[in-house]
Design a protein around this ligand. Structure first.
Ligand code: BES
Ligand code: ZN
Ligand code: ZN
Length: 503
């Protein structure tokens, strides 16, 4: 789909559907709605009165223009109270319109720039939010569903034109639209990778994407280590998890290196392409969605897939240790002890706490690249989902400034993120009698935090580090926000891009 912006008067624009935003209990029709009402000879004001449309958030009104203007249908989309309006309101409004348009077979949409000037929303931000809402709502994973795919082909929105009167707004909103489209593009790659069945989305599949990205994106290169190379580098922890798998494991290191970058950021993604639990196999109902256990890696690849185009002024390293966690005949066992790349030994207390074992090596490797910041993303614990629910990720960090900066980026992108304490009083819960550490806690409580504390052993205390447990929001099992269909959500791609752009 194409999203563009034009300078002009929306009432004079010819499309299948014109879309105007309306705040709750707005007194009279002002702004664009007033202009359109005038063009319609007062028809719009009359209709609003008759049906009692009040502009509540998420509500809409559609009516026919009876040939009085070039477009035959107008949709008013409710934006709620101006005092509660945010970029998320705009994103959701655009998403609701996009979905309704598909239902109604309206293929060419023209909309205003919603909410500019309200709550400090700039034309650029409004443009970005519209592009995100529209492009993310249009996403559908229909590769294996011919009927759905055909419907999308036949009825999907083809063109969305933002029509804006002010030339200055047009110029800045255009930049916003472009940014929004890039963020959506990265998010959609992450969604596709997560949604792809584990039989297809193998470690090698991730490698293929990493290689393609390095080919396509400016300033991006990639290094791949196979099992032998990983062994040479001392990644015994990662390879222990891979021991029970049929698919070959791969370790990936992507590098984005623009000219003149002053800082180096490492993004580490958990890349378990399927988590069966290993020998301590998961009960069926807990295993069904475990193709999503590489969502951290998918987010890293999503970010890299647009980095050349987004062009942040910072060096970025993407690090992924990809393997399945399977109970094959050579599988690692409870009670095994393995040595991670940084020399620390780990007692395996549970084969299903595999993510932190692979991350031990991925983080150790990241440290050797001497980054200024390390951020890891992992569908790490069910405990984090218990604590924060399915839509909010947990963040733990050894650096308050880094955590605040990431939470600010998440606020901008509309991705929910909440801080959990890296409570040193619990650090002893992941100590082992026979090794430096064990991969489960001695307590059944606070599992998201103890997992974070385990990981902390593999980063340097002088390097600002943040760990995001995305087990909840990485995969949507039910419908939530209108631009988030069920399945992989691409969580964190947009916030990370926002963060990287802030350098
Ligand atoms: N991949 C799971 C965590 C998970 C749970 C991700 C739900 C997405 C949704 C992880 O590897 C796991 O199995 N964790 C165990 C740890 C336990 C054995 C200490 C858990 O959370 O139960
Ligand atoms: Zn597991
Ligand atoms: Zn896992």
């Amino acid at each position: 789909m194409n999203i563009t912006i034009q300078k002009g008067d929306i009432a004079a624009f010819e499309a299948d559907l014109l879309v105007i935003g309306m705040f709750e209990n707005a007194k009279g029709l002002d702004g664009v709605a007033g202009v359109v009402d005038k063009a319609l000879g007062g028809l719009l004001a009359k209709e609003l009165k008759v049906v009692g449309f009040a502009g509540k958030e998420g509500t809409m009104l559609i009516f026919h223009t009876h040939g009085k203007i070039p477009t035959s249908r107008i949709m008013l989309i409710g934006l709620g109270e101006p005092a509660h309006c945010s970029l998320e309101t705009v994103r959701k409004a655009a998403a609701i319109v996009q979905k309704k348009a598909v239902d109604l077979h309206q293929r060419r949409i023209a909309s205003v720039l919603f909410a500019v000037g309200v709550q400090g929303i700039s034309a650029k931000d409004a443009g970005r939010a519209i592009a995100e809402g529209v492009a993310l709502a249009a996403y559908q994973y229909d590769k294996y569903h011919d009927e759905k795919a055909k419907k999308r082909e036949e009825h999907g929105v083809q063109e969305w034109t933002v029509v804006e009167k002010l030339a200055a707004h047009v110029r800045t909103a255009e930049r916003g639209l472009a940014e929004g489209m890039l963020g959506a593009r990265g998010t959609i790659l992450a969604r596709d990778l997560v949604n792809e069945p584990a039989s297809i989305a193998t470690p090698w599949h991730l490698v293929e994407h990493a290689k393609r990205i390095a080919d396509e994106q400016r300033h991006v290169s990639v290094e791949i280590f196979d099992r032998e190379e990983a062994k040479k580098r001392g990644m015994e922890a990662f390879l222990a998890v891979a021991a029970g798998a049929t698919e070959e494991p791969y370790f990936m290191h992507l590098i984005y290196k623009p000219k003149g970058a002053k800082k180096r950021i490492a993004l580490v993604g958990k890349g378990i392409t399927f988590d069966s639990g290993g020998l301590q196999i998961k009960p069926g109902e807990y295993m069904t969605t475990m193709k999503c256990d590489m969502a951290g890696a998918a987010a890293v690849l999503g970010v890299f897939s647009v980095l050349g185009a987004v062009a942040p002024a910072v060096e970025v390293h993407g690090i992924i240790a990809a393997t399945e966690n399977m109970p094959g005949k050579s599988a690692y066992k409870p009670g095994d002890v393995v040595r991670a790349m940084n020399g620390k030994t780990i007692e395996i207390g549970h084969t299903d706490a595999e993510g932190r074992v692979t991350l031990a090596d991925a983080l150790s490797y990241a440290v050797t690249k001497k980054p200024d910041v390390i951020i890891d993303l992992a569908t790490l614990t069910g405990a984090c989902v218990s604590a924060l629910g399915e839509e909010i990720a947990g963040i733990m960090s050894n650096d308050e400034k880094l955590s605040a900066r990431l939470r600010a980026a998440a606020k901008e992108s509309g991705e929910r993120l909440w801080e959990l304490p890296l409570a040193s009083e619990y650090a002893s819960l992941v100590k082992s009698d026979i090794a430096d550490l064990k991969n489960i806690s001695s307590s059944r409580y606070g599992g998201a935090i103890t997992a974070g504390l385990f990981l902390q052993n593999f980063v340097d205390k002088n390097i600002p580090w943040a760990h995001m447990d995305i087990a909840g929001p990485a995969f949507a099992e039910r419908d939530t926000v209108p631009y988030m269909p069920r399945g992989g959500t691409g969580y964190a791609v947009r916030m990370l891009l926002q963060y990287l752009k802030s350098f």
